[in-house]
Design a protein around this ligand. Structure first.
Ligand code: WTA
Length: 665
């Protein structure tokens, strides 16, 4: 069995059935029910999605479920709605205005509960501010903020007006901001003065200033700044405006702008195989329905749950499962601003204990850190409120799964290992916690509406336990609508469908007519999916997607660097780590100083989390006859430790390749 080698000894062959108590109370409580739903969703999509979507408020109900003009899809095609009405007003109208939307906790220890009614009031006041600035439906606005309530407020205020938001993860630096602002043609940037990280202030506003310097982002008219850290910042008159000044005196009601279901809700940039990040476009109606339904069934959300997803809203997990999908269900969440190890390793467990968190969703890289920090930290706190655990972002090692189950879940909580991507909008392959028996390391079975398969390079399905490519055979409501480009959605404009060729070649070309996820996978005899990892030049460092090409182009921008190759290699904590191989321009000498400088260069240009763990100098990069860098060889060098010691110059790398007669095409 192909999955055997990835199963730890303890985990091998173990199957965890949902407990009868959990199943009895769950939305979906048996395998039979799951199978029935999945089958119906494929055989009668109209009926299935009608029932689901009827729970929401549409200003104009849809009559056409979907269109599929391969590779472009539309869902709830002629429907109209506003997503914030469904995430906020609807719950308030139903009498739940006093329910907490977010128990927010700042890193320094400040806390703030915010109810659904308060959230709506803030969203409306801020939306009125945006409107006063002349921002309107279809405009793009960049959000570069830490995990504070004002981030969802800003997102929802945009959505209230049909403005398309694009959140940039607060760990990115100036270059990354500049590229994204310009690609989106953003009219405004919303940021904070800074953010707290392990007791220090990260200067977010300064990063924005650097990104916009020298008129590098000519479309930006305003920068709206929320004061979080009270550090001194540069303030540019005529461009910069304080959040508190903008909302002062603004009414706390604001009529929602109804938009077609296909109106873009947001653009979220993600790394691809070229240097330029892809602006993944998600559309309002399909995304709402898909994230809401997946939230409800996979996290088994009930009125009295306290749900906590530890992701940052700067990534898709936060968009779908901290903001839209969760608010659409009207449940209470926890939102935490800072680092998990500040002031000590018990911070997250103290929060679980304090708020009686019931559902906890995190990434394997975090669980590996918890294991390293030691069992004594969770043991200090009462975690008995937890009833369900989740995992996302990378494959979870079976041994790590078992630890999570035993130490955090007290052996009573099911674990949902959820496979999905920025492009899929929501979870695609996952256990249903009350229905599907889990096997540590497997994301198990597809969500209703999803028809995945495992195929070879020619597109033929492969047999049980054979390694293949993960594909999806038909579109689903949360699916990516395209890669953003100026002119998006304007009929006749060259950018009507975004970067069309890139979209086709990335997802729909290698195997014609089906969505190619870019992951390698096996499927066992029970139909369970076991995700292996990316098949392209995309790295997954601590669950953060990084394109090698993006890192390489940043390196060659440095005056000392002639050529650079970046690869990923396994790391116990971060899953994958970055290794960079660099050749220098004449006149520059390899050495510790330059090595540090180059690592910091990536930190400053792209973000600290992208800094290479290993950086090596070499006189030449190994290449094939056609000039392609032989990444496999570099990977071997980084992995095997064949050449270790951080400062050694790798003089003979080309020679190694020549000796071995390597030539990969
Ligand atoms: C990986 C994050 C194994 C996968 C939501 C995918 C996973 C990429 C899992 C998308 C999982 C995500 N098991 N691998 N449960 N979830 N991945 O766009 O390689 O940041 O293609 O979306 O993460 O990363 P992205």
């Amino acid at each position: 069995m192909a999955s055997d080698d990835r199963n730890g000894e303890q985990a091998a062959g173990r199957v965890f059935e949902p407990s009868p108590e959990f199943s009895a109370a769950a939305h979906i409580g048996s395998m039979e029910q799951y199978r029935g739903l999945h089958q119906r969703s494929l055989e009668d999509p109209e009926g299935f999605w009608r029932e689901v979507s009827d729970e929401f408020e549409w200003s104009r109900p849809w009559t056409v479920l979907n269109e599929w003009n391969e590779p472009f899809t539309k869902w709830f095609v002629d429907g109209e709605l506003n997503i914030t009405v469904n995430c906020l007003d609807r719950h308030i109208d139903a009498g739940y205005g006093d329910r907490i939307a977010y128990h927010w906790e700042g890193e320094p220890g400040d806390t703030r509960p915010i109810t659904y009614a308060e959230l709506l009031a803030e969203v409306c006041a801020f939306a009125n501010g945006l409107r006063e600035l002349g921002l309107e439906k279809g405009d793009r606005v960049i959000l570069y903020m830490p995990m504070i309530p004002e981030l969802p407020v800003a997102m929802l205020a945009c959505a209230r007006l049909g403005i398309v938001h694009s959140v940039i993860f607060g760990g990115f630096s100036a270059d990354a901001i500049r590229d994204r602002v310009n690609d989106a043609g953003a009219r405004a940037v919303i940021c904070t003065d800074g953010s707290w990280r392990r007791g220090k202030v990260i200067p977010l506003k300064e990063n924005v200033d650097n990104a916009l310097a020298d008129n590098a982002c000519p479309t930006v008219e305003e920068v709206i700044v929320f004061q979080r850290c009270e550090d001194e910042i540069n303030f540019e008159d005529g461009r910069d405006i304080w959040w508190h000044d903008l909302v002062a005196g603004k009414p706390e009601t604001c009529d929602p702008v109804m938009v077609p279901a296909e109106h873009p809700l947001y653009v979220l940039y993600t790394s691809g195989t070229t240097g330029k990040p892809k602006g993944v476009v998600h559309a309002t109606g399909g995304y709402m329905v898909y994230t809401a339904l997946t939230s409800k069934w996979i996290f088994d959300l009930k009125d009295d749950d306290v749900y906590w997803c530890t992701a940052d809203i700067g990534w898709v997990t936060g968009h779908s499962y901290i903001v839209y999908g969760i608010l659409a269900n009207g449940v209470t969440s926890v939102m935490y601003e800072g680092a998990p190890d500040f002031p000590d390793f018990g911070r997250l467990w103290e929060i679980v204990d304090r708020y009686d968190v019931t559902v906890f969703y995190t990434a394997p890289t975090a669980v590996r850190a918890f294991i390293k920090w030691g069992d004594e930290w969770p043991a200090k706190h009462d975690l008995s409120s937890l009833r369900l655990l989740g995992s996302v972002g990378e494959p979870i090692n079976p041994e790590v799964w078992l630890w999570y189950h035993r130490v955090i879940g007290g052996e009573r909580c099911p674990i949902v290992d959820t496979w999905w991507q920025t492009e899929t909008g929501g979870i695609m392959i996952t256990p249903f916690p009350g229905a599907i028996a889990t096997k540590p390391g497997s994301a198990t079975l597809p969500f209703p509406g999803i028809e995945p398969d495992v195929v070879d390079e020619q597109g033929n399905s492969v047999g049980a336990n054979e390694r293949g490519l993960l594909i999806v055979r038909r579109p689903w409501p949360g699916m990516i609508r395209g890669i953003y480009q100026e002119g998006w959605g304007q009929p006749g404009h060259p950018g009507e469908f975004g970067e069309r060729d890139r979209f086709v070649s990335t997802y729909f070309e290698k195997i014609a007519g089906v969505y190619l996820a870019g992951d390698a996978v096996t499927r066992d005899e029970d139909g369970y999916y076991w995700i292996i990892g990316r098949i392209d030049d995309v790295l997954n460092v601590s669950g953060h997607r990084l394109g090698t090409a993006e890192l390489e182009s940043s390196l060659v921008e440095h005056p000392a660097v002639a050529e650079a190759a970046v690869i990923g290699f396994p790391d116990d904590l971060t899953g994958e780590a970055v290794a960079a191989f660099v050749t220098l321009r004449g006149g520059f000498a390899a050495g510790d100083d330059l090595q540090l400088e180059l690592r910091n260069h990536i930190g400053n240009q792209i973000g600290r989390f992208a800094r290479p763990k290993m950086l090596r100098f070499t006189s030449a990069l190994p290449k094939t006859r056609s000039g392609k860098i032989m990444r496999r060889l570099l990977k071997e060098i980084a992995t095997s430790g064949e050449v270790t010691g951080d400062t050694t110059t790798l003089e003979d790398i080309g020679a190694i390749a020549a000796l071995r007669g390597d030539d990969e095409e």
